[in-house]
Design a protein around this ligand. Structure first.
Ligand SMILES: [Zn+2]
Length: 494
């Protein structure tokens, strides 16, 4: 089997001449360990490597340049070791913080919550949320890091020692954590796995280490491969990731068998369609278009029916909505019943509002979209909602104490103002979030926008259970003050 390597361009250029031999020696050897774990069976390649070294020495410009270059290389390598050690230290500290919170829930929780059965879990969530606001990474990432530290320290002590000493990278350590995932703590096979991983980690590239880990696992788990697949298959899912330039990835995590079937059907369909007389799309484009069509159900009775929320910046609306005093929102259907509203070729996404039409449309939860995409949305979506609220004259948004539940207009308004859950650092969409009363209803809090904040279900629960205190600022940002004394505020949305 051919080995694959991760090489940078210089290495690749140097080694390119050996590629025809199908095997090259590994250069990823660190100072204190000279054990090259790579099976280098093709000794024919070695004389070429030596020739190359002589050639390089012969053209060295000067002794000074040589020394300077070596020192830069050393510095890069030492910095890598230091970064590895720092990451291990961060993982360990993260685990410690969460465990301390679990043992001392009173730091975060309100007194009434301390007796609840999930007090420790809530306290861990609170500590993870606080650390997420400090480090600007998601709560999930923080909890993952604590989990990784726990797995490495408790189940893979030799691998952890290599990582903590700087000899292995965080990426490598995560590969090891994944490999240990199927074993319960205390499983005797863990020490076998630990030893075989520790012998290789840091001596090869991460790609190569992943292959070695897989091989070690298959060896240890030869009687359990089926059960492992079943466990992995239980976590199958679809992931959508929004990217730049109006693009996104849709990923299906499924079995290799299903993936092969999907791929074969897409290939066959794309090849058939590419034969059409006027077809100019590449096979890649055809495969992507076909997959998107199948998944969205385009042209079938079960086609996706989406409610699309498109907004334009509030200032533009303020200018545009002047004559429409008293009208809070414009909602309507598009498609079969409302085709006239948005599908006309000349109509902009903002209809006849000239001021608004110069602003970019924003697709809720995704970001600014170009006009052609916006027009397409209006043409395709069975219904759309468009905010047309004047923030100064929108009296209907403010309600008296007779009403607890925010109106649909208020929810829309809040989701458009905030975009996301208002816990600093949270990325969940406001449109699907709970609406929280900052000052609670029973404490005379009103259902007015200045007292309402979208909070995702998890953060809503956290706010009520803990002693985090949110306040709304005049620019509509929200500050969360932690019981540990720190305050966190996200910048205003775009
Ligand atoms: Zn949230």
């Amino acid at each position: 089997m051919a080995h694959t390597f991760e090489l940078d361009s210089t290495e690749a250029a140097t080694l390119g001449r050996f590629a025809e031999f199908g095997s090259v020696p590994s250069f990823a050897i660190e100072p204190e360990r000279s054990t090259d774990a790579v099976d280098c069976s093709d000794v024919d390649a070695m004389p070429f490597a030596l020739d190359a070294a002589h050639e390089f020495a012969g053209v060295a410009a000067s002794v000074d340049a040589f020394a300077e270059l070596c020192s830069a290389l050393d510095e890069a390598e030492q910095a890598q070791f230091a970064a590895n050690r720092a990451m291990a230290a961060q993982l360990a500290a993260t685990r410690r913080a969460l465990e301390l919170a679990a043992r001392n829930p009173a730091v975060y929780l309100r007194a009434a919550q301390l007796a609840s059965s999930d007090a420790a879990e809530l306290a861990v969530r609170a500590a993870a949320t606080e650390l997420s606001m400090r480090l600007k990474v998601s709560v999930g990432t923080i909890r993952n890091r604590a989990h990784e530290a726990a797995v490495l320290q408790a189940r893979l002590p030799e691998v952890w020692a290599r990582f903590a000493a700087g000899a292995a990278s965080y990426l490598d350590a995560r590969v090891a954590v994944d490999a240990a995932a199927g074993f319960a703590p205390g499983d005797a096979r863990l020490s076998e796995l630990d030893q075989s991983l520790a012998a290789v980690i840091g001596t090869v590239t991460t790609t190569r280490f992943r292959q070695r880990a897989r091989a070690a696992l298959a060896q240890i788990e030869r009687d359990h491969l089926e059960a492992r697949h079943a466990a992995a298959y239980a976590t199958r899912r679809v992931v959508v990731e929004h990217l730049d330039d109006g693009m996104a990835w849709v990923g299906v995590y499924t079995s290799q068998l299903e993936a092969a079937k999907i791929s074969a059907r897409l290939d066959a369909t794309a090849r058939r369609d590419s034969g059409a007389p006027d077809e100019t799309r590449t096979l890649d484009q055809l495969r992507a278009d076909t997959a998107a069509r199948w998944l969205s159900g385009h042209g079938t009775p079960t086609a996706a029916r989406t409610e699309v929320v498109v907004t334009v910046p509030v200032l533009a609306l303020t200018r545009a909505a002047g004559p429409q005093t008293g009208k809070t929102t414009a909602t309507g259907s598009c498609g079969s019943s409302g085709a006239g509203t948005g599908t006309g070729t000349g109509s902009s996404i903002a209809g006849t509002d000239r001021a608004a039409s110069t602003a970019l449309a924003v697709l809720d939860g995704v970001g600014p979209i170009d006009d052609a995409t916006a027009r397409q949305l209006f043409a395709d979506a069975p219904s759309f909602l468009r905010l047309a609220v004047d923030p100064i004259t929108s009296a209907p948004l403010v309600l008296d104490r007779t009403r607890y539940r925010p109106t649909k207009e208020q929810r829309l308004w809040l989701s458009l103002v905030h975009g996301r859950c208002t816990r600093p650092g949270c990325d969940r969409l406001a449109i699907s979030a709970d609406v929280d009363h900052l000052t609670e209803w029973q404490h005379d809090g009103r259902s007015n926008p200045d007292n309402l904040c979208p909070l995702c279900r998890g953060d809503h629960r956290l706010k009520h259970a803990t002693r985090f205190t949110p306040t709304k600022n005049t620019d509509d940002t929200v500050t969360w003050r932690s019981p540990t004394g720190r305050s966190y505020t996200d910048p205003p949305p775009f």
